[in-house]
Structures are given as C-alpha cells and as structure tokens.
Design a protein around this ligand. Structure first.
Ligand code: TYD
Length: 147
C-alpha cells in the first residue's frame, strides 16, 4: 500500500547510507522499507547528461523518491509548498536525498561522469507529474489554504 503524502508534509532529507567496505572496495545496499523509507516499485538512472543541461523541472502529485548520485556529482534544487528553496549537492555514492510530498525539483550541474540513480515508490505515470511551475505554485497555495 502506498502512503498518500499530504502536500505540506513534504520531506527533503539527506540520508547517509551505510558503506560496507573491506580490502576489496565498497558496497552500498538500499533495501525497500529499510534504507529507503518506502517499498521500491521503480528504479531509473540518468547518465550522459550533456554539459550545461538541467533536468527535472517538475513536481509529483504523489510520489516518494530517493536520489543517489552513484558516480560523479550533481545538484538537486528543491522548492517545497511553503516556498523554501534548498540546493543539495549529491557528490558521494552513500549520500541519498529523500523527496516526498509536493516538491518542485530540478537537477543541475551534472558532471560528465554523473550517474543519478532514482528509487521511487510508484510506477511511471505521466498523470502524476506537475510540469508547469505556475500550476505547482497554485497547488502549493491551495494546500496552504486547506491547512
Ligand atoms: P523526463 O520526465 O523528461 O526526465 P526528467 O524529468 O528526470 O528530466 O523523462 C524523459 C523520458 O523518459 C520521457 O519520455 C519519459 C520517460 N520516462 C519513463 O519512461 N520512465 C520513467 O520512469 C521516467 C522517469 C521517464
């Protein structure tokens, strides 16, 4: 069962993943409902992003995601329903960013070798996307009124 996150109960939280290292190197494991605070339904990854290109630029109606830059680095810019803007640098394979609730997100500053892995609690559904920033702002304002 997927949790319906109320728009104002958004979370933008850095999570440090446990690194199991030994003389051979390192390993990070992300288990659903343990390391990711949801059941993982989908994994996708973004790589080969051209220099100067920004991605994302959308919010979701009901989706939780955990983002990890497993190679290289990138910056995640988030804006929640209250208008708070946060820039998070993802530069280590054990640093994850949890995003849930009504949050506008943009991915910036991809290094050439960046591989951004995204775990999500829902299958791909275009109907879950808010791709227009003004639409996002209106929904954010509406959720404040309903609070
Ligand atoms: P897009 O939403 O533009 O990527 P982003 O917002 O992260 O920059 O997605 C690019 C294409 O990939 C688009 O045609 C939709 C498709 N897609 C899937 O088929 N499944 C997925 O899980 C995602 C995230 C995208």
């Amino acid at each position: 069962m997927r949790t319906k996150i109320s728009p104002l109960k958004s979370e933008i939280q850095i999570k440090e993943l446990d690194v199991k290292g030994d003389h051979r190197g390192c390993l990070v494991s992300i288990e659903g409902s343990i390391d990711a605070p949801f059941e993982i339904k989908r994994v996708y990854y973004i790589f080969g992003t051209k220099s100067g290109i920004d991605r994302g630029k959308h919010a979701h109606i009901n989706l939780q995601q955990l983002l990890v830059c497993v190679s290289g680095s990138c910056t995640i810019k988030t804006q929640d329903a209250r208008g708070e803007v946060i820039f998070t640098e993802l530069e280590a394979p054990n640093k994850a960013l949890l995003i849930s609730g009504l949050v506008w997100r943009e991915m910036l500053n991809f290094s050439d070798d960046a591989v951004l892995v995204v775990l999500a609690d829902g299958h791909y559904d275009e109907a879950d996307y808010i791709r227009d920033f003004n639409d996002f702002l209106q929904r954010a304002e509406h959720s404040q009124i309903l609070e």
